[in-house]
Each structure stands twice: as C-alpha cells, then as structure tokens.
Design a protein. Sequence first.
Length: 352
Amino acid sequence: MKKILITGGAGFIGSHVIRLFVNKYPEYHIFNLDALTYAGNLANLEDVAQAKNYTFVKGDITDETFINELFEKNQFDGVIHLAAESHVDRSIHDPMAFVKTNVIGTVTLLNASRKLFAQKQKENKSFLFYHVSTDEVYGSLHNENEFFVETTAYDPQSPYSASKASSDHFVRAYQNTYKMPVVVSNCSNNYGSHHFPEKLIPLCIQNIRMGKPLPIYGKGENVRDWLFVIDHARAIDVIFHKGKIGETYNIGGINEWKNIDLVRLLCDIMDKKLGNEIGTSQKLITFVTDRAGHDLRYAIDATKLRTELGWEPSVTFEQGLEKTVDWYLHNQIWLDNVTSGAYQEYYEKQYS
Ligand code: NAD
Ligand code: TYD
C-alpha cells in the first residue's frame, strides 16, 4: 500500500484533496498532517475520518524533530504539500508567520523528503514531492491581453506571495541540486465549500446571512480568476499521477471577475435562495479602504495542463457558485462554529 502524506489537509483545499484521494484510491494510505491553526478544521473531513485508509496527524511542519521522525517512521512514497498561511491580509499584519510556515516549513519538509528520497533510490523505489502553490507569485497583470503562463517571471507583491514564491524556488532548487523528483502547480483563486469566511466569497455569504456590510476594497475593480475547489483537487490528482517530474503546471478556469461584479452576482443568487426581493443584498455593499499593495489582476493560462494532461474544469462558474451557496446555506452550523471559533476549542481538547 502506498503511503501519501498530504499537509494542510484540514484546511479549505487540503480537505477536498484528502476526500478525493481517500475515496478514489483505497490502495493508498493517506496521512493528513495539519497543525490545526485557525484555518484548520477537522469538521471539514468528518465524512472520511473513519476511513481505513486515512490517518490524521496533528503537527507543525516547522518542527524539524517531529517531521524527521514522522518521515522515518512512515517512509512516505509521496508528499502533497498544501499547508500554508494563506491569507494576504494576515500577511500584511504579520509577515513573519508566513516566512515561518511557508518558507521554513517547506524547507523542513524538503529536507526530510531529501533523506527519504536517498533511501528510496537505494531500494529502487519512487518518490515525489508535489508542491501546491498560487498564481499570486507571478505578481499583478495590468494589460488585458496578458495571462500568467508557466514561464512568466516571478514578481510577488505581497508578503504572502513573496513567501510562496520563496517556497517554490526552494522546491525547484531541491530538484536541481539533489535531483529529488518534484512537481509544482500554481493555481488561481479557489471557491467552494469549507472555505474559511475571511476570504471574499464565504465572507460575503456569511455577511448577507447576518445582514452585515459587504466590505469591498477600493472600488472593487480588482480582477480574480476563480476556480471551483473540486476542480483544483481534480487537477492535483492528475498532476500527481501524470505530471512530468520537474515541471510546473498552471491551474485556472478562464473565469475572470471584477470583485464588484462577483459580489453583485453573489448578492442576487443569495436573494433568490433566501426568498428576498432581488437587490436587497446589494444594499449591503460597502466600499472600504483598499488593501495595501492590492494586486490589480490575476489571470491564468492553463493550456499546458489541458493539452498535456487532459484536465478540464467540471463545472461552469454559475454551477459552481450555486453549489457553493447551497452548501453554506445547508451547513450554517459549520459557518457559525467557524465564525465563533467554537470548532477550535473542541479540537484543542481532543488533540492536546
Ligand atoms: P487554508 O488556510 O484554508 O489551509 C491551510 C491549512 O494548513 C490549515 O488546515 C492549517 O491548519 C494548516 N497549516 C498552517 N500552518 C501549518 C503548519 N505550520 N504546520 C502544519 N499545518 C499548517 O489554505 P487553502 O486555501 O486551503 O490553501 C492551501 C494551499 O493552496 C496553500 O499552500 C495555498 O498557498 C495554496 N493555494 C490556495 C489558493 C486559494 O484560493 N485558497 C489558490 C492557489 C493556491
Ligand atoms: P481574497 O479572497 O482574500 O483572495 P486573494 O487576496 O488571495 O485574491 O480576496 C479576493 C479579492 O477580494 C481580492 O482582490 C481582495 C478582495 N476583497 C475585498 O474586496 N473585500 C474583502 O473583505 C476581502 C477579504 C477581499
């Protein structure tokens, strides 16, 4: 049985990747390593928690002794690394937390992987380190006809994207220097279920429910390219199994939205679902002070992934957004627990 380590599996995207791998690959044993920071929530994985091929391990990727022991004990065949500090606004207030987890944590995992890879090589066994990254490392686009491709020069503009860019460079350096097999993907903004409500879409869904203001930074002119989280997880599956060693794959949905247009659409969907008169929720839109150094536009060209590995998104944006809104409206307890922090007290008692 192959042992696969997935880091950050209790977070938004990681939980979707864990669910997909646990259900699709009974021949793998999936280890979920997560520190359960504010963004990690085991309630995201209740449906797979009892699966025979799944183990949760609470731990911090920056803890070198712990990571080395974990790798020695389990001899993983592959690592899919998602654990990270992921929110740009938090990175503006506390960049060091991003350096610690995203840079030092990644290098700690790379060092443990390097030792394991050397051992596997002697035994003629394969090993892969898959690093999950973001399109934000490419910086901000200002020309409408421009898209990020895999060869676009890195130009990170926020402490978050700078820390992710740094981790991407380390991963590639380990391939070049130690010949350790790696693959990297850079994905656009995700949306879907289990998304922590500090990010734009779940924040607006929660605030519309509560009748609270919807804070739009600046004039709402910034553009993001949105991908349904399940399609990101599907892409990670394809790249992990079919991606070429040492390559980078961009993942995105050709789905650009100005923030203000996206929030207006979301307001209308919510009004329909809640039985409100159309226009009710749009009244909550409130323009607030812009984010410092706010990137204007991200847009991904995912041609390489589509043509070389045959990946396609499974839903349109309208379908994905409707599924997302439905999930939040059917899981209001999840949303309330996350907003109140109650989920953390529960798991702290279980795992302390
Ligand atoms: P998230 O913040 O929802 O989850 C991160 C997870 O990592 C949490 O479960 C948290 O507990 C865990 N974690 C944080 N620090 C840790 C540490 N030191 N040790 C162990 N675990 C730790 O993030 P997400 O949105 O699911 O993003 C996952 C990955 O995908 C990140 O690497 C992010 O950069 C990347 N990504 C995210 C997006 C997006 O739109 N959210 C887009 C592209 C790429
Ligand atoms: P976010 O979900 O934080 O993702 P990212 O910064 O990684 O793209 O933000 C998406 C966009 O929405 C981004 O342009 C910032 C903007 N935004 C707001 O206008 N208001 C908000 O309250 C938040 C959280 C984001």
